[in-house]
Ligand binder design. Sequence first.
Ligand SMILES: C[S@@+](CC[C@H](N)C(=O)[O-])C[C@H]1O[C@@H](n2cnc3c(N)ncnc32)[C@H](O)[C@@H]1O
Length: 388
Amino acid sequence: MKLVLFGRDVQLAKVEFFRYTKKIQANFKLEYEEDNYWILNFDSESTLDFQSMINHLGGVLRIIDIKQTLGTIHNLDLDTWDLYLPKKYNYSISIVHLNEEELNTVQDHAKAFVKNTKSKAVYKNPKMNGAIRIIDPSSYFSWDLESGVEYFYVKASNNKIYCGVSLGCGSTKVFKMLDTNLPARKFTHGTSFRVAKMMMNILNLEEDKTIVDPFCGTGTFLIEGLIQGYNVIGIDNDQDLINDSKLNLHWLKQELDINNTSEVVFGDSRTTEFSADACVFEPYMGPFLKKIPSEKEAEHIWEELDELYRNTFKNLSNNLSEHAQIVCILPDIPTTSQKIFTLNESVFEDNGFAYIAMPAMLKTKAKIKYDTPDGAKIIRHIYVLEKI
Ligand SMILES: C[S@@+](CC[C@H](N)C(=O)[O-])C[C@H]1O[C@@H](n2cnc3c(N)ncnc32)[C@H](O)[C@@H]1O
């Protein structure tokens, strides 16, 4: 059994996990769930590479190998866990909802285990204390817990305590590397790499297929697309951003020795012709709104966006291949009078698109809310659509 712990944007992370595991045919059964984690039984667990799974996903914090499920912490027995550790290693402990006494117990057991196995192990003490304490990714890697051990204890609301060890930790290294090293990264325009990665994983697409981003800006989706093994086409109506995208892609292809094709064209999402198998985008969403607009202001903004989105979907319908999927962000604009401006979903149907079916366990239709911490007042959803 594995415990999969999700990070921010839980709903999106769950959809990403579900779609990605489907693609790699890692089938599982859901045994138990809480808001931010799932406990899963995978078919043929021993053949799966969970560290690589974590590296591929943007929304998973940890995958934990559950070694014991306890009604009381007093039955903890690390000797039954089959831990194969080097003679010298670092270890640490992450806990969710354990009380002080339970925490002391698990610490004592870890110490005793070191003693019994006559190892030279160093306990790395996480800074924060309290009932929820999950080691942050940078400490996880700087303490080299990949080759040591992070014990993980989660007390669920059914009062069971799931005890185990981390099989890997989601890393932000690549995102940081890209944010720092890309020759042309504009934070005012750029989509977050983490969200781009999750959206790209939601696409069910084989490698070497072609993805289009009709609002490519500085090329975040194109970059993630190339990293994931796709060919990419970007369209934008701002020549400066086209140049930025070209610089970024050229750098990335050299840096990571990527041979897939990339094409970036100055054009209009409503009219530019292309040929692609799938589409991912975050479009222009109107002026940055620091405060909620009045109905009149929103109506004015929406008029422009509505025309842009309708014609973009029409153009996508004309140029995407059969059964192509679209994963895109679209805004809702709230107003001071409570009315919310949103895209009329008939646009999808009129252009031959429909929501993809989501399994009941995801408890969402293929319109997933997510928050961006940029202070903007618009509401964003991620839509997953298919050309029918
Ligand atoms: C939210 S930004 C996209 C950010 C992009 N994903 C990135 O990471 O840089 C929206 C982009 O749409 C472009 N845009 C606006 N109207 C357009 C249109 N009609 N056709 C193509 N691009 C358009 C803007 O120039 C802007 O770069």
